[in-house]
Design a protein around this ligand. Structure first.
Ligand code: CO
Length: 211
């Protein structure tokens, strides 16, 4: 990590263009043409998360949506629009919800501090806390509690995906899978929470079915 001035950013941009063209003279022609990502990646806005680096992917491979603590409120027009475009138009094959251990948004939600305009958003995470209050209150360490809520929040947001019509339709057509992951910054490891799309959708579809 290093701080770059605006001037340095533009200088680096020129250098990067040169590097790409040296390696492949058609790089930007190909980049301009290509946008058929197979993955929709929904993660936290945290500056330390680099989806391309984590997934070892190239520009054009991953469609990305980010917000504080990777929340998917089913009335949020921003995330719903991204999901609609990815699922209905691009027809991605996978939706990944990726949280990260030590998430500041999740930690703040646990603290019950008044965060002003952030309160409604943190409320979505507090809802997940309420659902798992017994398990979470049994954890004494704040860091461990945060990390467990990070996992539970990812799984709950995977469930929220199942509540969305575009996703329900894609699930019915068997052309999409939902994945819940957590990125561990201390080791670089990607942890798969093994969200069972078929099982969970089967369990809750009678309540949320809107097709
Ligand atoms: Co975060």
């Amino acid at each position: 990590m290093s701080y770059k001035s605006i001037k340095q950013i533009f200088e680096h941009n020129e250098q990067w263009i040169e590097e790409q063209l040296n390696a492949d003279s058609l790089y930007f022609v190909k980049l301009h043409k290509r946008q058929i990502p197979k993955y929709l990646f929904i993660s936290c806005s945290d500056s330390r998360i680099s989806p391309e680096a984590i997934m070892f992917s190239e520009p054009g491979d991953v469609f990305i949506h980010r917000n504080i603590a990777n929340v998917i409120p089913v009335n949020d027009l921003n995330v719903l629009s991204v999901i609609n475009y990815a699922v209905v138009h691009i027809k991605v094959k996978h939706i990944v919800v990726c949280g990260h251990y030590g998430c500041g948004g999740v930690k703040t939600a646990i603290s019950t501090t008044d965060m002003g305009i952030l309160n409604p958003w943190l409320g979505y995470i507090r809802d997940v806390y309420r659902l798992h209050k017994k398990e979470l209150n049994a954890i004494k360490s704040i860091d461990e509690k945060t990390n467990r809520l990070v996992e539970l929040n990812v799984l709950e947001q995977c469930i929220n995906l199942v509540k969305i019509k575009d996703v329900q339709k894609a699930l019915l057509e068997k052309r999409i899978r939902i994945h819940g992951w957590v990125f561990d910054m201390q080791t670089g490891k990607l942890v798969n929470l093994k969200f069972n799309t078929k099982k969970v959708a089967g369990e809750i579809i009678d309540i949320y079915n809107i097709l």
